[in-house]
Design a protein around this ligand. Structure first.
Ligand SMILES: *Cc1c(COP(=O)(O)O)cnc(C)c1O
Length: 389
């Protein structure tokens, strides 16, 4: 073989850092605060709902292409009750194999080769790969550390839009920085999208995980945005069943049909019995969502305080599963080297934020820790990390 097997579009991506770091955690017996998955399962009654669906033969054969009606209706009700966004379950909701497939299908459906996709950097690792698979060009707009949080420079965003820009790919609450875009920021983004006639694909998988009374605002709810926005949701993070891979989009009939055109040739359908369980999960009482937020925000506090005591500079997140830190106060500058040596030095695994950047140097001194773990696990991690101080 003279030609390498992997095509040029994907050659730059290699293996995801999560595989390397999770293998390192297993090999060294370290506490894995790298990959963002909870170490306890979600609500028992929802797990039982999946078992029931499986036993009763619901979803064991190919479910309908757009998703089972029970789930599409539950998604529609969820968007209406929480945000006042009305979507027709038959034409404006599409169930996907997690948010990951929704992102891939949306980009494959909406982007022509040569189109530019503006995305907030640092970004979730599948964005860059999916833009590349769609033949698009990614144009990063970098969130920058400022007074203990990460902020979006709206002028930089405006300057990133050109005549070739097809869409803005948003993520709020934002992984890995924990930034929750404000209503004012989203309004400015919406005005830009309307003025330049852009589509917006918005990844809102952490919509329920906002702390300190922060408000999650779906950009689709802002003036002029409903018809140009594909909103992506997922059950994985909200209900602590990341292995079930049940996600969805809500969008206008035209956009939904376009995304479905790509989705039907990716998985066609997935997660049959789990779709019924997630339909029930979306109807859990407010107490569930409040409890989830309270639990995670206490864990955020525990880990943030411990990291600060261990000597990190901490960017306290307003949402998500993650806290980003700066390792320079510990005398380190290279997050990759730091994360590769951390298991040996402290028995903890974290992720170098540089992997989420095109401008790797900009992300070099930042390291991400996940706090979606049991309290005793976080306490032990903090004890170990304090050895670095
Ligand atoms: C976890 C995550 C996803 C993937 O969601 P799945 O439903 O598991 O596919 C997508 N986007 C972001 C920002 C995430 O953190």
């Amino acid at each position: 073989m003279t030609r390498p097997p992997l095509n040029r579009r994907l050659a730059e991506f290699g293996t995801t850092i999560f595989a390397e770091m999770s293998a390192l955690a297993a090999r060294t017996g370290s506490i894995n605060l790298g990959q963002g998955f909870p170490d306890t399962d979600g609500p028992e009654e929802i797990r039982e709902a999946a078992v029931r669906a499986l036993r009763e033969g619901r979803g064991n054969q190919y479910p309908p292409g757009p998703g089972v009606p029970e789930l599409r209706t539950a998604v529609g009700d969820h968007q209406r009750e929480r945000y006042g966004l009305v979507y027709d379950p038959d034409t404006e909701v599409l169930v996907t194999a997690g948010a990951t497939e929704a992102i891939a299908a949306a980009l494959l459906a909406l982007v022509e080769p040569g189109d530019e996709v503006v995305a907030l950097e640092p970004y979730y690792d599948s964005y860059a790969a999916c833009v590349a698979m769609a033949g698009g060009t990614r144009v990063p707009v970098t969130l920058r550390p400022h007074e203990g949080t990460y902020v979006l420079d709206l002028d930089e965003l405006r300057a990133a839009v050109t005549d070739r820009t097809r869409l803005i790919l948003l993520n709020t609450p934002h992984n890995p920085t924990g930034t929750v875009l404000t209503r004012a920021e989203l309004t400015a983004i919406a005005e830009l999208a309307v003025e330049r006639d852009l589509l917006v694909v918005t990844d809102e998988v952490y919509e329920h995980l906002v702390f300190d009374g922060a408000e999650h605002v779906p950009i689709a709810s802002l003036p002029g945005m409903r018809e140009r926005t594909v909103t992506i949701g997922s059950a994985g993070k909200t209900f602590s069943f990341t292995g079930w891979k049940v996600g969805w989009i809500t969008a206008s009939p035209e956009l939904t049909a376009a995304v479905r055109s790509a989705k039907q040739f990716l998985t066609y359908v997935s997660s049959g019995p789990f779709q019924y369980a997630v339909a029930e999960a979306l109807r859990l009482p407010a107490a569930y969502f409040d409890g989830l937020r309270a639990d995670l925000s206490a864990k955020r506090d525990l880990l943030c305080e411990g990291l600060a005591q261990a000597g990190f500079e901490v960017y306290r997140p307003a949402g998500t599963y993650f806290v980003t830190t700066d390792i320079r106060p510990l005398g380190a500058t290279d997050g990759f080297a730091f994360c590769r040596s951390l298991p040996e030095r402290a028995g903890v695994v974290a992720i170098p934020n540089a992997v989420f950047y095109d401008h790797r140097d900009q992300g070099a001194p930042f390291v991400r820790f996940a706090f979606c773990k049991r309290t005793e696990v976080l306490e032990e991690a903090v004890t170990r990390l304090k050895r670095l101080a």
